[in-house]
Structures are given as C-alpha cells and as structure tokens.
Design a protein around this ligand. Structure first.
Ligand code: NAP
Length: 252
C-alpha cells in the first residue's frame, strides 16, 4: 500500500497526462482516470511504470456519481490518498448563449463543475483530520475563460469554470483547519486536444499572434504548477488560484 496516492482525473491526455507523468517522477502512486480512451490511459500508466513508479488506470465519468465512487474505491485499493487533481474537463462547439440548449448546459456543468465537486467531496471524506484522515491536497483546474467570459465561443464553459474559482475558495476555507489544502491552476491557451474537441482545431494557431508571449503553453508547463501546489513546497498555500497563462487574462 502506498502512502502517497495521487488521483488525476482525465489523466489519459493533455494536461492530465503531463501531470500524471510528473507525479510518477515525483514518487507518487498515480491513478490515471479516463472517460473513454483506455489506450491513451494505459500508455501513460505504462510510461510511469517504466520510469520506476506505480500507476493504475480507472475508467469513469466524473459527471456520474456512481463512477466517482468507483474511481475512489480504486484509489483506496492503492493506499492513502494524498492528492486529488480535478483535471477532467470538456468544452463544446462554439455557440452563443442564445443558441444553447439544456442538454449542452447540463453536460457542461455536470462534467466541469459537479464532477469536480463530487470528486472533492470524496477526497475530503478521506483526507480531513476531522474524519480520521491525515490531510491532503486538492488541485482544481479552472481556466482564463473564467475571467474573460469566452463570448461567442462557450460562455457556459467560462461560467462552469468560474464556479470552480468560487468552489476553490469556499472549500479551502471549509477544510483549512482539517489538514486539507485546496488550490487551483488557471491555464491560458495550452496546446492540447481540447480545442479540436470543441470543433476548433486551429484555435491555438489562430490565437498565438495575439497572446502576450506569442506562443501557447505546453501541458507540462501547467503540470509543473499543479505538482508544485500539491507539494510540500506549498504548505502555506490554500485557496490559491495560480495563473499559468503566459500573461493572458492578467496583462492589460
Ligand atoms: P484534453 O486534452 O481534451 O483532455 C481531456 C481529458 O479529460 C482526457 O483525459 C479525457 O479522457 C478526460 N475526460 C473528458 N471528459 C471526462 C469525464 N466526463 N470524466 C473523466 N474524464 C474525462 O483537455 P486539456 O486541454 O488537457 O484540459 C485539462 C483541463 O484543463 C480541463 O479541465 C480544461 O478545462 C482545463 N483547461 C485547458 C486549457 C487548454 O487550453 N488546453 C485552458 C484552460 C483550462 P479520454 O482520453 O478518455 O477522453
């Protein structure tokens, strides 16, 4: 049984996969969650094992309470939960609010907001000293969109991530005296599959000239910030929302 288990939701691709790899290198036992792409998740876990750390995969939709319970049961079999990275997230096709239907809105909030809250609930139940836990860290993924609003593309996504900002602050206060730190990372434009999944495969290239650094970020640049917030180098940081956006949504 490991003393340092990290769950990475959506650990099969993009920022989650980079986080899982760095977590393995930092000595965590990593539980790589995925929604559908078992092959990608297995390949991340195999890389972690090849580098000498422990890793397992678990399928589960974070928007389903039964699946969330199964993800945490899988983590319990590995050892003591030290870190939850609430990374799983989705966008949708560009649309204006006037054209958004209920089905879209429910999916957007179910996965991006409710999913993170359900996972955090399960983590707190295991980590809080008031519940016989030994403490731990939760790192949520928000987005620069929460500040910018994503008008004309996905205001619903921006709002779902804005809720994660508030949730991070509120939960951090709620469990600060129980050994649990709750932080978030707020990425800007990062080169991953998420843009193509929202029907905009050229989004990163098109936006690059307008970005403060004239380049997108990499998944690993975000992962490093996640690992820092989770680490013992950040023991006095809670409620912290760390911008990793190359200046986007920060610089005028
Ligand atoms: P990505 O490349 O599209 O990868 C998404 C990951 O989430 C995949 O591993 C996917 O699993 C998993 N996933 C999707 N729906 C899920 C569900 N219902 N339950 C469990 N897992 C699910 O995304 P990314 O760009 O790395 O984004 C990671 C996080 O950063 C998200 O929360 C996103 O909103 C946030 N973010 C990204 C950017 C950016 O520019 N990339 C900017 C700001 C914030 P499968 O492989 O099985 O499909």
């Amino acid at each position: 049984m490991s003393e340092r288990v990290m769950i990475v939701t959506g650990g099969s691709r993009g920022i989650g996969a980079a986080t899982a790899r760095l977590a393995g290198a930092a000595g965590y036992t990593v539980l790589v969650n995925y929604a559908a792409n078992a092959e990608a998740a297995e390949s991340v876990a195999a890389e972690i094992r090849a580098a000498g750390a422990q890793a397992e995969t678990v399928r589960g939709d974070v928007g389903s309470e039964a699946d969330v319970l199964a993800i945490f049961a899988a983590a319990d079999r590995l050892g003591r939960l030290a870190v939850l990275v609430n990374n799983a997230g989705v966008v949708d096709q560009p649309a204006t609010v006037a054209d958004m239907d209920l089905q879209r809105l429910e999916r957007m909030f179910r996965i991006n907001t409710i999913g993170s809250i359900l996972c955090a609930r399960e983590a707190v139940r295991r980590m809080a000293t008031g519940r016989s836990g030994q403490g731990g860290v939760i790192v949520n993924l928000t987005s620069a969109a929460a500040k910018l609003g994503a008008a004309g593309q996905y205001v619903d996504y921006a709002a779902a991530k804005g809720a994660i900002d508030s949730f991070t602050i509120g939960l951090a206060k709620e469990v600060a005296a129980e050994g649990v730190r709750v932080c978030a990372v707020r990425p800007g434009i990062i080169e991953t599959d998420i843009h193509a999944s929202g029907g905009l495969p050229n989004r990163v290239a098109e936006m690059t000239p307008g970005l403060p650094m004239r380049r997108p970020g990499s998944a690993e640049e975000v992962a490093r910030a996640i690992l820092w917030l989770a680490s013992d180098d950040a023991t006095y940081s809670t409620g912290t929302i760390l911008d990793v956006s190359g200046g986007r949504a920060i610089l005028p």
